[in-house]
Design a binder for this molecule. Sequence first.
Ligand code: ATP
Ligand code: MG
Length: 317
Amino acid sequence: MTLTPPLVVTIGEILVEIMAVEPGHGFREPTPLIGPFPSGAPAIFIDQMARFGHPCGIVGCVGNDDFGRLNLDRLRADGVDVSAIRVHPEAVTGSAFVRYRPDGGRDFVFNIKQSANGAVTLDAPATALLGRAGHLHVMGSSLFSPEIIAANEAAIGRIKADGGTVSFDPNVRKEMMALPGTREALERVLAQADLFLPSGPELFLFTSAQDEAGAVAELLARGLRAIVVKRSAEGATCFTQTGVVSIAGLPSEEIDPTGAGDCFGATFVACWLQGMEPRAALRLANAAGALAVRKKGPMEGASTRTEIESLLAGQAQ
Ligand code: ATP
Ligand code: MG
């Protein structure tokens, strides 16, 4: 008997990223730019899921403009179900201008909350998509308004009531944690999650223990089935009730780290839903993360299963 892999859905921001060509500090003088690139953490996640060959869709909202069409075209072409991406008649598509600092830090000018992304709701197409879903992925970066928090929580309730599963990547900026209600919302999402995908110190966002073993024990005791800690160039570790598996990062020239966590996460979640053991899932996810950093542009480094497997085949020789 072959099991049909469950449809994966995520809800959240879809935007374009426009990057400064030269490193520097912010945007207070004219500087050459490159873009627009399709972007948004949940959009990158779901694009990687589709390229990997796993059935998936996204609930989102774009403007009736070229930035929106750029995203719709890319997601559709890569195999994402775009039936629940609303085209807003007035609001514009979200955007982020990004400039790398010489020390590797980043300065941003965001238009997300005030863009079409602020109008995401569980309308009829979204409800229909969620009705077919067996897994929901929640991105912390998407929980920027009470309405979107409510939409995600309603979706979690639906998915769980139907016996589905939830993954959660906190992916949260410090400034967002300070917004009233955000921490509590993230805690409620974590309480419902089966799979938790923090990066580095995000492991300790919700624990009283501040050492890794203590934090992992606390989180597993709350009912998580797996915790996967992403460690950038160092690789990643998966903790479950039955053991710990770590993997070293694949040596990579880091052209653009944005999106690595999302590509890693999507690949891990797809493998986990397909019944793979943590070691095998980590191996593929780690390779997807490595491929992501090697390309300029947040979504440009998403990769197919064939590309991931040929990278690993090359490593084994
Ligand atoms: P982001 O939110 O910026 O997309 P993140 O902090 O969630 O990223 P990272 O830990 O930076 O996630 O990257 C995810 C995974 O991608 C890592 O666990 C690793 O497997 C791979 N990876 C990231 N950076 C590198 C690198 N420089 N070299 C090799 N692999 C990398
Ligand atoms: Mg991240």
